[in-house]
Design a protein around this ligand. Structure first.
Ligand SMILES: Cc1cc2nc3c(=O)[nH]c(=O)nc-3n(C[C@H](O)[C@H](O)[C@H](O)COP(=O)(O)O)c2cc1C
Length: 222
């Protein structure tokens, strides 16, 4: 195993934003961020970006302690520049959001040198959206949701096996069951930033700030 210095030397040599990367002309950026969000997702899918729906959610609870983790995008309303994600309300992120319903979402797609950042208030979606989200998941994911309590301590694999078997039996008897704690959240962007990396480091940063009913668009130094 390499030591820290050797690791760092190897990491420093690893290319970052080496390209070729797509051009992004900020003059062509639309007046609102939603259409750009849709276009960049479409580009990511067309370009074969692996797992473009995976994003980082950052929250901070009542104590102000920041916390971030990776989640899957569960819904999108590009007309309103809003994005949905799901969690158990008892998980750390759920507790953070109950205490402080604001968050940030970040995507990074290395093959395209693109980063998207959204931040703003978070609300809980209604029961119908929650049921639809949960029942649209794979059987393994649904069983997983009934297996133990996310973010609580786990003694080891034996405890997981027992809980998993109990969850499997529960869902076999009642396949339409949705955990009371399953929650779909919607982040309505107050601010959105699109970063297009450039191998020469003339990165483009376009920032949108919500100014209801429109948006203020500006360029930022990279
Ligand atoms: C690729 C990937 C996708 C994930 N998707 C979700 C998700 O959609 N919802 C979720 O609650 N956790 C998801 N997780 C797990 C979270 O990253 C995290 O470990 C878990 O939700 C507990 O986070 P918390 O203790 O901060 O609440 C995912 C993890 C990975 C690696």
């Amino acid at each position: 195993m390499p030591g820290d210095a050797e690791l760092l030397a190897m990491l420093r040599k690893a290319p970052v934003l080496a390209g070729p990367l797509p051009d992004f002309d900020p003059q062509s950026a639309p007046a609102a961020p939603g259409p750009l969000l849709a276009a960049w997702f479409a580009d990511a899918l067309a370009g074969g970006v692996p797992e473009p729906q995976v994003m980082t959610l950052s929250t901070a609870g009542a104590d102000g302690e920041p916390s971030a983790r990776v989640l899957i995008l569960r819904g999108l309303d590009t007309a309103d520049c809003a994005a949905d994600f799901a969690s158990d309300v008892r998980a750390r992120k759920g507790r953070d959001l109950t205490a402080n319903p604001r968050a940030a979402l970040t995507w990074y797609w290395p093959a395209q040198g693109r980063q998207i950042r959204l931040s703003g208030p978070v609300t809980v979606r209604d029961e119908q959206a929650t049921r639809q989200d949960f029942l649209g998941r794979s059987e393994a994911a649904r069983i997983g949701a009934f297996t133990g309590t996310v973010s609580e301590p786990l003694s080891g694999p034996a405890e997981w096996e027992r809980a998993h078997e109990a969850a499997r039996e529960l869902l076999a008897a009642d396949p339409g069951r949705v955990p009371d704690t399953h929650t779909v959240y919607r982040l309505r962007a107050q601010e959105a930033e699109f970063f297009q990396g450039d191998p020469r480091r003339f990165h483009v940063r376009v920032r949108y700030a919500r100014n209801d009913p429109g948006w203020t668009r500006s360029l930022l130094w990279p």
